[in-house]
Design a protein around this ligand. Structure first.
Ligand SMILES: Nc1ncnc2c1ncn2[C@@H]1O[C@H](COP(=O)(O)OP(=O)(O)OP(=O)(O)O)[C@@H](O)[C@H]1O
Ligand SMILES: [Mg+2]
Length: 234
C-alpha cells in the first residue's frame, strides 16, 4: 500500500504543482519509488514533464478503466507520472468519491503524489478521499491563506490529515507576509513549515526548461530547501 500525499489549496497559483513536483523528485532522490498523479485538468505538471497529449491518462481512471495499460509514464525526473487530460473538464458527475483511492490501491509505489487544481470540484473530492496526508502550499497573502483554511475545514470530512502547511513565494521583507505567517501559526501550529520556500525566478526558468528545480539547478539553495523539507517526511 502506497503512502498517498495530496497537495491542496482551494486558491490558485499558490505553488501546489511546483511543490508536488519538487518533493516528488526529492523523495525519488532519497530512494523512494514515486508516482505522481496529475489530477488537475489544466495539466501544468503533465505539460512541464513533456507528457501532454498522452493517450492513456488519469481520465482512464475516472472513466472506469483503472487497469488500462500504458497509463503510467516514465519521466526524465525519475518519477513515474499518470498524466492529466483536458477530457477531465468534460467529466460528468463522479458517482464514486473513492474511485481514485481504489485505483491507486492496486499500484506498488512507496509514495503517490497527487497534484490538484484549485477549488472544490468533484475531482478534488476524490483527491481528498484518496489522501493519507495533505500538504497545503500557500502564498502568504490573504486569499491564499483563506484557501488554506478552507482546505482545513473541508478535510474534516475525510480520513487524510494535514501534515504540513508550506509557505511558498515568500518575501521575508513583506510586512503582510510576516503577518500571514503568524496567522497560519495560530491556526496550524507546528504544521507550518518555517522557513518555507522563498520567491525566486529560478522556478519560472525551470518550468521553461521542462524540469524540476532539483534537476534544473541541482545545487541551488532552494532545491536544497525542498530536499530538507522532504527529508522530514521520510
Ligand atoms: N518559490 C517560488 N518563487 C517564484 N515563483 C514560483 C515559486 N513557486 C512557484 N512559482 C511559480 O508561480 C507560478 C504558480 O506556481 P504553481 O504552478 O506551482 O502553483 P499552483 O498552485 O499549482 O497553480 P495553479 O492554480 O495554476 O495550479 C508558476 O509559474 C511557478 O513557476
Ligand atoms: Mg498547479
Amino acid at each position: 500500500m502506497s503512502r498517498i500525499i495530496a497537495y491542496l489549496n482551494s486558491a490558485g497559483g499558490v505553488g501546489r504543482t511546483t511543490s508536488a513536483l519538487s518533493m516528488a523528485v526529492a523523495f525519488s532522490e532519497y530512494g523512494k519509488r514515486v508516482l505522481i498523479v496529475d489530477c488537475d485538468p489544466q495539466g501544468a505538471l503533465t505539460f512541464t514533464l513533456g507528457k501532454e497529449n498522452s493517450r492513456r491518462t488519469v481520465f482512464d481512471i475516472y472513466s472506469g478503466r483503472s487497469r488500462a495499460l500504458g497509463m503510467i509514464h516514465q519521466t526524465a525526473e525519475r518519477v513515474d507520472l499518470i498524466p492529466s487530460s483536458s477530457k477531465l473538464y468534460g467529466l460528468a458527475r463522479i458517482k464514486d468519491e473513492n474511485l481514485l483511492f481504489d485505483a491507486l490501491s492496486t499500484f506498488e509505489y512507496d509514495i503517490v503524489i497527487l497534484d490538484s487544481g484549485s477549488g472544490f470540484s468533484e475531482l478534488n473530492r476524490t483527491v481528498f478521499a484518496a489522501a493519507d496526508e495533505i500538504i497545503i502550499p500557500t502564498r502568504l497573502d490573504l486569499l491564499s491563506v483563506r484557501g488554506a483554511l478552507q482546505i482545513a475545514e473541508a478535510s474534516k470530512g475525510y480520513r487524510g490529515r494535514i501534515t504540513a502547511v508550506l509557505p511558498t513565494m515568500m518575501d521575508p521583507r513583506s510586512k503582510v507576509g510576516n503577518e500571514m505567517m503568524a496567522e497560519l501559526k495560530v491556526k496550524f501550529g507546528k504544521a507550518v513549515i518555517d522557513p518555507g520556500i522563498t520567491k525566486s525566478p529560478l522556478f519560472l526558468e525551470a518550468t521553461i526548461a521542462g524540469q524540476s528545480l532539483l534537476n534544473f539547478k541541482k545545487g541551488s539553495e532552494l532545491a536544497g530547501r525542498y530536499r530538507e523539507i522532504t527529508y522530514d517526511f521520510l
